[in-house]
Every structure is written in structure tokens, then in C-alpha cells.
Design a protein around this ligand. Structure first.
Ligand code: ADP
Length: 397
């Protein structure tokens, strides 16, 4: 069975074609500059990447280019698009209704459209990707896989904010959680690596990238997560503040005289590693400056590790224990020093990592110190594979 996975962003579109008979990626690529130019970079497994500049006025032209390159005589991996058995779409927000991956019909699409107000950045491009695929592959099943759906069963006391309850009823203001597909993938993988059923385990998964979130997975179910109504809440990120006192917002608006948009811009694009260090949102640049003695860079890295530690501790408390701790995504997989800082002085919880085992990047590895009660792992995330798996299971029913 061949599954195409589509991840449509506002000006880009990523794709991967899987052969699920052997779990391999046949080809993958990226369309960039949709709306402003156009370039497709395509990689057939085993070949060198190939790029082509081609105008993409809309997502439709980008999708046409993806299907053309997949069926291309030289760079392609299939002879006809009818060989694609199903398409899996990454959808950031499933709102309150889409609590599982699902076949996309008009009713579901209408629901996704109806929640665009709470998903303004990611909703519209995802819908363009879905509509485009439906037009170009009208008989191929389309599946939606939602970043929020892993949190469909977190308890009400973990997702309702202590605000007037009417705000939840009227405006759906609640914790939704994001990155769920990644957390679900690494939680499943760690159980597999430990050779134990996930239903027996208490796991904390740390997805630390440009955007970061931490999730408590108790006996296979997510019971709490750091991101909330939007991906702004939780740990400090590349350019996002994460959790702060909300009165900072009203103070900046009412007393300093900033507009709501300005404050949102600060919280989303000018805070986090970039805001504190004044150097970069990329941890590599910040680490370099910190190593050269830059105080603000050092401070930014300390705030980051401190915040991650705090959430891990609170999730251990919520689950009354922990069996496994997982690091994934850009920073989680690659930042040796960050993992070291987060796991330092955690022996009270049974967490201890081995400096030598931890000295690795982008590799699946158990980095626990000998005798540590908690198993700590680095697991490269693979959201696309998870989307392909969900898609396959829905269409093979
Ligand atoms: P996104 O959230 O955009 O998917 P990623 O998961 O790809 O982001 O993470 C990107 C971040 O990972 C970069 O901004 C950088 O801070 C971090 N990163 C990548 N490689 C390294 C490395 N070798 N050392 C430290 N940090 C790294």
C-alpha cells in the first residue's frame, strides 16, 4: 500500500510517499515560496536531491508539481498517481470534535473550516492541501491526522482553564495541546524499545524544537501537556515565551500603550531564546555565545532547562511516578548540553543519564546511567510515519 503524507503550511508544503508494505519512504520533498515564487526540492530515496524553480501561485500548483515529480520518468517513484492508495494530511487543530484520525468527508471538512478562528495560522493552508488533493485525486481516500487528537482524553481538570466557565462554553477556550502526533509516536516507540506494553508505563515525552512541548503519557494515554489554547503556552521556545503571567499582556497594552498585535508579535516572534539572548532563536548560536561568556545567552539556556525540569517534575507528580523519559525533535535529539542540564540532579526521581551515552545526536538511544530507575531515551521523531500508519489503518478497514 502506498500512502502520500501532506503537511501544508502557509507558504510551504512538505510531502512523503511511503510504501507501507515495508515501511519505507520512496520519496520526499518540499515546495517553498507558495504565493511569492516557487521551488520544489525532491528526493527520491537513494538519489541526490533535485530542485526545480516553478511558479506556485497557490497550493494547487504546488500539489500538481508534487504529483508530476512523483510520476516523473527520471525522478519519480510511481508510474501513475492511481498507485497512491490514500493521502494522509497533517492537521494542526481538530478542535473538540476531531479526537481521532479520520477519513475526511464534507462534514469533517466543514468542521475544520468552522474552527479556523481558533486555528488561524495552520487551518487555512491545511484546508487548501485537502481541497487540492481531493480535486487532483478525486477517488483516493483522504485522511486527516490531528496534532490535537492525542489529547482528546485528557481529564477536564487538566484542560479547563480556571477562567469563567462561560468562556469555554462560548469561545471554546481550553487547553487543546499540540505536537500530539510526535508525542504519540515517541511514546509508542519507547514502549517498543523497552519491550513493555505502553499500557503499563508512565512516560514523559519532551518534544523540544523551534516549538516545544512536554506531555505526560500515563498507561498509553496523554493526561496532560504544556501547550494550551494555542502553541504559545508551556516551555520557553525559539521565539515564543511559553507560560508567563497573563497580566504582562494587559500591562503592556494598558500602561505601556502597545497594541494587542504588538504584544502578540513580542510573545510569538521576539521572545524565547531569541528574546532573552538577543542573539538567535537557534540554540546552536545561543550555545556558542554562551560558551564565549555571553551572560544573556547563558541566562536563556538556564531558563530553558529550568522550565523543562519544572514540567517534567510536575508530570511525575501527576502520574505518581515515571518509567521513561524521552527527548525528541531538533533540540531534544541534538542538544547534548541541554539534555545534560535537564537531567542533572534528578536522581531523587530515579533519573540519571550517562555522559558518554548522551554524547550523541539524532540517534535512537537509551542514555540512562547504569542502574538508573528511569529509562531515558533519545528518539528521533517521525510524525509523517505516524500519519501514514493512521491513514493505512483507516483505509484498510
Ligand atoms: P521545528 O519546531 O521548526 O520543527 P525542529 O524540531 O527542527 O524545529 O528544531 C529546530 C531547532 O533544533 C533549531 O532551531 C535548533 O535550535 C535545534 N537544533 C538543531 N540541531 C541542533 C544541534 N546540533 N545542537 C543544538 N540544537 C540544535
Amino acid at each position: 500500500m502506498k500512502i502520500l503524507v501532506i503537511n501544508a503550511g502557509s507558504s510551504s508544503l512538505k510531502y512523503q510517499l511511503f510504501d507501507m508494505d515495508n515501511g519505507t519512504v520512496l520519496a520526499k520533498g518540499l515546495c517553498e515560496c507558495i504565493g511569492t515564487g516557487g521551488r520544489i526540492t525532491h528526493k527520491k530515496t537513494g538519489d541526490e536531491p533535485y530542485s526545480l524553480d516553478i511558479p506556485f501561485p497557490t497550493h494547487d500548483e504546488a500539489l500538481e508539481a508534487v504529483l508530476a515529480v512523483l510520476t516523473d520518468e527520471v525522478h519519480g517513484v510511481i508510474t501513475d498517481i492511481s498507485e497512491i492508495d490514500a493521502v494522509g494530511h497533517r492537521i494542526a487543530h481538530g478542535g473538540e470534535k476531531c479526537k481521532k484520525s479520520t477519513l475526511l468527508d464534507e462534514e469533517t471538512i466543514a468542521y475544520i473550516e468552522s474552527i479556523v478562528p481558533i486555528n488561524p495560522l495552520h487551518g487555512p493552508p491545511a484546508l487548501k492541501g485537502i481541497r487540492g488533493c481531493m480535486r487532483l485525486m478525486s477517488t483516493t481516500p483522504q485522511v486527516g491526522v490531528f496534532d490535537t487528537s492525542f489529547y482528546g482524553e485528557i481529564p477536564d481538570y487538566a484542560y479547563i482553564y480556571p477562567l469563567p466557565y462561560e468562556l469555554y462554553e462560548q469561545y471554546q477556550i481550553r487547553r487543546y495541546g499540540f505536537h500530539g502526533t510526535s508525542h504519540r509516536y515517541v511514546a509508542g516507540k519507547v514502549a517498543e524499545l523497552m519491550g513493555r506494553p505502553i499500557e503499563e508505563l508512565k512516560i514523559v515525552t519532551c518534544h523540544l524544537g523551534n516549538g516545544s512541548s512536554i506531555t505526560a503519557v500515563d498507561h498509553g494515554k496523554a493526561i496532560d501537556t504544556t501547550m494550551g489554547f494555542t502553541p504559545q503556552e508551556g516551555v520557553m521556545m525559539g521565539t515564543r515565551s511559553g507560560t508567563i503571567d497573563p497580566t504582562v499582556v494587559t500591562y503592556l497594552i494598558n500602561s505601556v500603550g502597545m497594541s494587542g498585535e504588538e504584544v502578540e508579535g513580542i510573545l510569538n516572534r521576539k521572545s524565547g531564546l531569541l528574546g532573552v539572548s538577543g542573539i538567535s532563536n537557534d540554540a546552536r548560536d545561543v550555545t556558542k555565545a554562551a560558551n564565549e561568556g555571553n551572560y544573556r545567552a547563558q541566562l536563556a539556556l538556564k531558563i530553558l532547562a529550568h522550565g523543562i525540569k519544572k514540567f517534567i517534575g510536575s508530570y511525575i507528580a501527576e502520574m505518581n511516578g515515571i518509567d521513561a523519559l524521552v527527548f525528541t525533535a531538533g533540540l531534544g535529539e541534538n542538544d547534548i548540553a541541554l539534555r545534560e542540564r535537564v537531567c542533572a540532579d534528578m536522581d531523587f526521581f530515579g533519573i540519571a543519564i550517562d555522559a558518554e551515552k548522551n554524547n550523541v545526536r539524532s540517534e535512537t538511544r537509551n542514555i540512562s546511567a547504569d542502574g538508573a530507575r528511569v529509562q531515558t531515551f533519545i528518539i528521533p521523531t517521525d510524525e509523517e510515519y505516524m500519519i501514514a500508519m493512521d491513514t493505512m489503518s483507516l483505509v484498510s478497514r
